[in-house]
Design a binder for this molecule. Structure first.
Ligand code: AMP
Ligand code: GLY
Length: 446
């Protein structure tokens, strides 16, 4: 890559502790320019698996502590995984300190942190999304639901961040009224439910299209699909995501061009016009309806576990190619258009299967020893990303609800899935559960 930057990629800081952050550290470490990656706070995988990485005992929400660390350690690029520090303004704080950081500012992150802002924004910019109304008054919301005529049902959403749980899909007005009570009167999602969005229920298969952004240009990542329900055939409660795969069979270039033209580019242009240029990854959660792709939500970051299925497809060693670290730095420096032709994706597919602790997404135990990690990792084209893990007395143990994300690469989706499940079969911890239908192409467009 000939383009140059005055910033150094020798030392990188990754913020977060899940499977997404392990995958990020793994992918960033592949660049020969990168000498060391700090992960704050990281997990057992980022502590031990990669020789270039070490964990830093600073939590992801200690923004002042992270700024101090990055400055003291002369970190040349910081990459933020989760949404909470973005919502809290970590990018603004790093920018004020003159430290390069990949992610949107607090104002730009409103596309995720306020569904009300996002819907309003899409409406203003003609970005396709379900018709909606926003309410902060319970009685007004209830009257609206009672008089609504949407034939397909309604979806009630808490406007604020609710850890992926603030969306209730309703079949009829009675269910929608119940959802309003949960959010506005019982305050199940706290202040996130101060404002609710009531929108028309759409139908069709779902698709996640994520794009790198530098404030003006968007570069799409291969499309992905995740599986949100905890049990096979989309049964049981929603989770953070039980598995994902990329690319998605049947999604062609024409559709992705349409998503770029009707959703992602107008979003980036609109944010720039609003005075909050968007840098980082913009994640569009879409439903492919008869009226074309419609936005269900924006996220202001990479998805988890989508990242564990997308990043292994980046071909960082392609001829005239570019590494993830260089791409992210180019985004921070507004040079994405210049490097975009150097971004290469492997042919083939990647799938990731999440192994969860017993009880997840409800309460779950921690501290169960995990066996077979090395055995799984040595399988060809299998990558074991840690999510909720820790080291206790030299042994890797469970420390979260989603414990591991096991990814498989292959020439096609069936091969990738076979490899991911071969990896899963080598790993054991008490009560482990995982979906056995990741990547099956029917039945998850509910
Ligand atoms: P969100 O967090 O907004 O993506 O919503 C979570 C899930 O709720 C989505 O992945 C969809 O399955 C569903 N959902 C959200 N909005 C709608 C809608 N307007 N119509 C149908 N399903 C929806
Ligand atoms: N897997 C969904 C998300 O990261 O938001």
């Amino acid at each position: 890559m000939s383009s140059s930057s005055s910033n150094s990629l020798e030392r990188i800081l990754v913020i977060g502790s899940g499977g997404r952050e392990h995958a990020l550290a793994w992918a960033l470490a592949q660049s020969p320019v990168v000498q060391h990656i700090f992960v704050a706070p990281g997990n057992a995988g980022t502590a031990a698996d990669l020789d270039k990485t070490t964990n830093v005992p600073v939590s992801a929400d200690d923004i002042a502590g992270l700024v101090r660390w990055a400055r003291e350690q002369r970190v040349g690029l910081t990459v933020v995984g989760p949404e909470a520090p973005l919502a809290a303004g970590i990018v603004d704080a790093f920018q004020q300190a003159g430290l390069p950081i990949f992610g949107p500012t607090r104002a730009a992150a409103q596309l995720e942190t306020s569904k009300c802002f996002a819907k309003d924004f899409m409406h203003r910019h003609g970005i396709p999304t379900a018709p909606y109304a926003a309410f902060s008054d319970y009685a007004a919301a209830r009257d609206y639901v009672r008089s609504a005529t949407a034939r397909g049902g309604l979806v009630v959403k808490a406007s604020g961040l609710a850890a992926g749980k603030g969306v209730i899909v309703c079949d009829d007005a009675a269910q929608a009224e119940h959802a309003l009570k949960q959010i506005m009167l019982d305050r199940e999602f706290g202040a996130a439910g101060d404002v609710v969005i009531i929108e028309e229920r759409l139908s069709g298969p779902e698709l996640s299209v994520l794009a790198l952004c530098d404030g003006k240009t968007v570069a799409l990542l291969p499309p992905a699909r995740d599986h949100k329900r905890v049990f096979d055939h989309d049964q049981g409660p929603n989770t953070g995501g039980m598995g994902a795969f990329s690319p998605v069979p049947g999604i062609d270039k024409a559709l992705l061009d349409e998503v770029r033209r009707t959703v992602l580019q107008p979003a980036i242009d609109g944010m720039a016009a609003y005075g909050a240029p968007y840098t980082g990854v913009l994640y569009a959660g879409l439903m492919l309806t008869e009226r074309g792709p419609q936005v269900l939500e924006f996220n202001c970051r990479l998805g988890d576990p989508e990242t564990q299925a997308i990043l292994p497809l980046l071909d960082q060693f392609a001829q005239a190619g570019i590494s993830l670290a260089e791409i992210m730095l180019a985004c921070v420096e507004g040079r994405l258009a210049e490097v975009e032709p150097c971004i290469h994706w492997r042919a083939g597919a990647c799938a990731t299967v999440v192994m969860a602790a017993p009880g997840y997404p409800g309460p779950y135990p921690k501290g169960a020893p995990i066996d077979g990690l090395a055995d799984a990792a040595q399988l060809e084209d299998v990558l074991v990303f840690h999510a909720g893990t820790a080291v206790q007395g030299g042994q890797v143990v469970t420390a979260g609800g989603r414990v591991l994300a096991v990814s498989g690469l292959g020439v096609d989706l069936p091969t990738a899935l076979r490899r991911a499940y071969a990896g899963v079969s080598r790993i054991h911890f008490e009560g482990a559960h995982y979906r056995r239908d990741i990547g099956q192409l029917s039945g998850f467009s509910d």
